[in-house]
Ligand binder design. Sequence first.
Ligand code: HEC
Ligand code: HEC
Length: 248
Amino acid sequence: MKIRGISSGARALLGFVFVVGSAGAASAQSEPAALFNARCSSCHTFGKGDKVGPDLKGVATRRPRTWLLSWIRSSGKMVKAADPTAAVLYQKYRRQRMPDFELPAERIAALVDYLAAGGPETDAERQLRAASTATPEEVRLGQQLFEGRIALASGAVACVSCHTVSSRGALGGSLGPDLAGAFAKYRDRGLHQYLQRVCFPRGPGVNERKALTESESLALRAFLRISDPGKRVPAARAEGIPAARPAR
Ligand code: HEC
Ligand code: HEC
């Protein structure tokens, strides 16, 4: 298939290079993203829970913009000036103080805009590789991860202990729903989001941990995609993974 002159294979490869390369390549990032990585991410996550300082997801709605601009420039000054929010934060995160950042106002403003626009989370979504670009090996890895024949990097319990995929006749646990239709229901983005957190139990304290790695997410999405009862995927058959059975 040709899309704007580039074969789908080449596009898949480009997407792959972009995702893999993005971890280290500051040049591929926007200026605020690079700034966040270099100066903030050692103490803050975005959507993955508190680290040394608070999780910055939602901070742009939690605090007024002017407050954020002053805070990032000099949190020390605000604590000294007895700003009430600063005092609460200072009390709560006693073990470490946030350093001041003597950066030009435009760079701090751009950083705040970046956080308000979804920050690193939006970057990650933009770079998400589609399940349709998975190689047969990746599909097979997905099946192996699902069945627990290969362990998840997080050490989390294998999907099969709680889920079946009825379209494959896979035997599995019944605590969670049948996942035959999961790809059709959530698609790439929704599924990736869903798998960022352990399914069960969900609740305070459990949510942030045990996210799948990017490659595990891709492999599992790819496996669920070819297990969609409405789909027939030749690549999977070539790898000895039979096409999904039609839904009952
Ligand atoms: C050395 C660790 C450290 C670094 C680096 C750091 N922070 Fe912080 N940050 C903290 C701590 C700790 C707090 C909690 C308040 C305190 O104790 O100073 C905090 C609080 C915050 C808050 C307030 C959060 C809220 O819930 O209101 C914002 C916003 C923030 N930091 C943004 C940033 C940004 C943007 C950067 C990078 C330019 C950054 N921080 C770099 C440690 C750090
Ligand atoms: C300890 C049991 C358990 C394990 C292990 C588990 N899940 Fe789940 N999962 C559940 C439960 C329970 C639900 C239903 C949660 C709800 O409705 O809030 C669920 C829901 C889901 C859903 C949403 C289904 C729908 O139709 O809405 C998906 C997708 C999913 N799990 C995928 C996975 C994958 C992939 C793995 C392996 C990486 C996995 N789960 C591991 C228990 C588990």
